[in-house]
Design a protein around this ligand. Structure first.
Ligand SMILES: [Fe+2]
Length: 406
């Protein structure tokens, strides 16, 4: 939900007769929180309910979700770079971490997008680690590029096309919601000037889909719906996204992480200062290249931290991440609540005097503990939680002297 937007033709007043080429159009409202929340109104040439077949569908690694049975409490590292390319944006999905409010996964497609998808469990947020392309949805065509976030509202029929059919995607599913934090809006719903982005940074669909060309080559059309981690495929003899126009505040948007305006303080600011999106009990933060703390004795590298109430997830995208060793692009670290985490040996001391960081990463802090799936367990670097000690049983901390006089 951002601001009211309109595309194509809509009648002057909702819920009135509206025609295209002399044919009555079917109005559809997509609403949140019953009829009390945000909504959009769309006009279809053929009713979106005109399906001819419905059946159950399983996509291994995505739905149904298979959590591991035993998960000892320690720091974890998943090498998602080891996920082989395969499938499309939907069939290639691999769910890695789950909680009641949040699912996190990746996809590395190598095939053209085929089925449309509508997620009834929550809003979706893609981060495009690599690749570019466009999203086709009932709201039209939304182009995206490398390092974009793409926010897709719950129950939006869409599919995602990648240029050359290849790319790397990080995918969040916020249950039931994921969006712009209310703290970033003023009482009038406008993004405040204190927010780390402005309305101008978000891109909306640019044009409606042209159904005539597609209908000849893809029959029957398939729309996969998801609810409570069960997939169902719906088949249509017409193009199911055949919309003449719409208006409202629900529609997909794209936002590039490099348009995020980072904050820097006199001394180290907590990571949640980089909050970009939020959901029920979790936030998603953007670490972008920036100047760091400017106190003459500041230590820019984060300190050891016991997060008593939140799991912390970090997805490494690019650059040199100052507090970590042994992780690289596409690594995911999971530092669970109940266990102290902190910088790797040597990184804390070395950060003194640093003026700038080129790190690029996406972080998620979540109250609800995250469970690994079986797919995640296969990607795990099993020695990560022991990587804070360089020799068996001996800390390196004593060997480090002060770089500056106190
Ligand atoms: Fe932390």
């Amino acid at each position: 939900m951002l601001h009211r937007h309109t595309l194509g033709r809509v009648p002057p007043k909702p819920h009135t007769a509206f025609y295209d080429d002399g044919k009555l159009l079917m109005e559809q409202m997509i609403t949140r929180e019953g009829f009390h929340g945000p909504f959009s109104i769309l006009y279809y040439r053929t009713p979106p309910t005109d399906e001819f077949e419905v059946e159950r569908l399983d996509l291994k690694g995505f739905c149904p979700v298979e959590p591991v049975q035993e998960q000892p409490l320690h720091r974890r590292h998943l090498r998602t770079g080891d996920v082989p390319a395969g499938g499309d944006y939907l069939t290639g999905r691999r769910t890695l971490l789950i909680s009641r409010n949040l699912h996190l996964g990746v996809a590395k497609p190598d095939a053209p997008a085929r089925r449309f998808f509508s997620n009834g469990d929550g809003d979706e947020l893609y981060f495009v680690t690599d690749g570019s392309g466009y999203v086709e949805s009932v709201y039209g065509v939304l182009p995206f590029r490398r390092h974009d976030y793409i926010l897709i509202p719950k129950s939006t029929p869409y599919r995602l096309h990648l240029a050359g059919n290849r790319g790397t995607l990080l995918i969040f599913e916020g249950r039931p919601r994921l969006g712009i934090p209310s703290d970033y809006r003023n009482a009038w719903g406008q993004l405040s000037d204190y927010a780390p982005y402005s309305h101008r940074d978000f891109r909306a669909p640019t044009e409606l889909l042209r159904y005539e060309e597609r209908e000849r080559i893809e029959l029957p059309f398939e729309l996969v719906t998801k609810m409570e981690d069960r997939l169902t495929v719906h088949r249509y003899r017409h193009f199911p996204l055949d919309v003449v126009g719409w208006d409202g505040v629900l529609y997909p948007v794209a936002f590039n992480i490099h348009d995020y305006q980072p904050k820097t303080g006199l001394v180290h600011l907590p990571p949640t200062i980089h909050t970009t999106f939020s959901g029920e009990g979790f936030v998603i933060c953007s670490f972008v290249p920036r100047k760091v703390d400017y106190h003459e004795r500041a230590i820019p590298c984060p300190y050891a931290h016991a997060s008593a109430d939140m799991d912390e997830v970090l997805y490494y995208v690019d650059g040199d991440f100052t507090s970590r060793r042994g992780v690289g692009p596409e690594s995911i670290s999971l530092h669970p609540q109940g266990v102290t985490h902190g910088p790797h040996p040597g990184t804390y001391e070395r950060s003194i005097g640093t003026q700038h960081t080129n790190e690029l990463a996406v972080m998620c802090d979540t109250y609800e503990p995250l469970r690994l799936t079986r797919v995640a367990a296969e990607l795990e670097d099993k020695d990560y939680h022991r990587s804070w000690v360089t020799r068996e049983g001996e800390s390196t901390w004593k060997a480090q002297g002060p770089r500056t006089e106190q």
